[in-house]
Design a protein around this ligand. Structure first.
Ligand SMILES: [Zn+2]
Ligand SMILES: [Zn+2]
Length: 341
């Protein structure tokens, strides 16, 4: 199962992604960090049992060898632990698919240098970097402009303290993304859990199951998933599931999978983002340079041709809960570029 229908030809500018994608979480913690509540086995078992296809046990400055983590019961053959670590300093990053511990002791006042050092050290250990929770602490776009080889960052980190949507002191991670794309960077947005709690459950806790990626890959292996993410062949979700994503040379077309999205929203772990206004429904925003919303389409199918340097797409599913409160769930596609980057 989970075989990607990936229709791609060098003769065709279109990549059509549909059905059966690999669901994964790139960021989670265990008791080994000192402030989470469950063992690597309990954490991995949770993601296995809830239908994920891959997980990175991204412990702070510790390398958890996946071969040491034993799952129990009937183990699915489409579940994979990808080796990794969360490298910390004043800036945090996930070292994805590394073969060993990545050092973290580098200190510098210049945070561009810290990010670059983490990228370079992760590369030496065979992996790639995802810059984590850029709003906690805040890292400014200008600090990332000089950085090379950064292709992934956390657009949506589901930990309640991470301020993805910004506040009086910081712009949203979406604004950060626009600034990096406007500068000419090729960088893709990741959603992750960053959960620490599996023993106590509440909306206010950093529980799992709230942010993830759906990766298009020919196979479920650490190398294939990592390469696919580094090429932007995935979308990110906080609840909305897509049935179809067509990424053309200068076009995006999407279709929401209403049934699968409804199933996700029955999860008792998923609360969505509380908002004050807006009418219930599904809305697709096409976003271009400067963060300009070029078009909003109401409904579950949408497409648009890019007329500027890049185009990306954000899908919002807004519902009114029984308590009368509005909640939003999202999916984010990666950008298409028309300027040859
Ligand atoms: Zn962190
Ligand atoms: Zn973390």
């Amino acid at each position: 199962m989970n075989k990607l229908i990936h229709l791609f030809s060098l003769l065709s500018p279109f990549i059509v992604y549909s059905s059966n994608w690999y669901k994964g979480n790139t960021h989670v913690h265990t008791i080994l960090c000192g402030h989470a509540d469950s063992t690597p086995e309990v954490v991995a078992q949770w993601y296995h049992d809830y239908g994920y296809n891959f997980l990175i046990l991204s412990e702070h400055n510790k390398f958890i060898d996946p071969s040491t983590v034993k799952l129990s019961g009937e183990i699915r053959d489409d579940f994979l632990l990808i080796p990794g670590e969360e490298v910390t300093g004043p800036v945090h990053s996930t070292a994805m698919n590394v073969t060993r511990l990545v050092p973290w002791e580098f200190k510098d006042k210049n945070r561009s240098k810290i990010v670059q050092w983490q990228i370079d050290e992760t590369k030496k250990a065979g992996g790639i970097t995802i810059l984590n929770h850029p709003n906690a602490p805040i890292i400014r776009a200008a600090e990332l402009f000089p950085v090379n080889d950064l292709y992934l960052f956390e657009l949506y980190n589901a930990h309640p303290m991470t301020k993805n949507f910004g506040d009086a002191h910081r712009p949203s991670t979406s604004s950060l993304w626009n600034a990096l794309l406007d500068k000419g960077m090729t960088i893709y947005g990741v959603a992750s859990d960053d959960s620490h709690k599996f023993a106590k459950w509440d909306e206010k806790y950093d529980n799992p199951g709230r942010g993830w990626v759906m990766v298009f890959s020919d196979e479920l292996s650490s190398d294939a998933i990592t390469l696919a993410m580094n090429r932007g062949e995935f979308y990110s979700s906080s609840g909305v599931i897509l049935k179809k994503v067509v990424v053309g040379k200068s076009q995006i077309e999407i279709e929401v999978d209403e049934e699968a999205t409804a199933r996700e929203l029955t999860s008792k772990f998923l609360f969505g983002r509380s908002v004050k206004k807006g009418k219930p429904g599904t809305f697709v925003d096409f976003i271009g340079p400067g963060g300009e919303v070029e078009e909003t389409i109401s409904g579950i199918k949408a497409s648009r041709i890019a007329t500027q340097e890049y185009l990306r797409c954000m899908i919002t599913h807004r519902i009114k809960k029984e308590d009368g409160l509005l909640r939003e769930y999202y999916a984010w596609t990666q950008p298409v570029f028309t300027d040859g980057r």
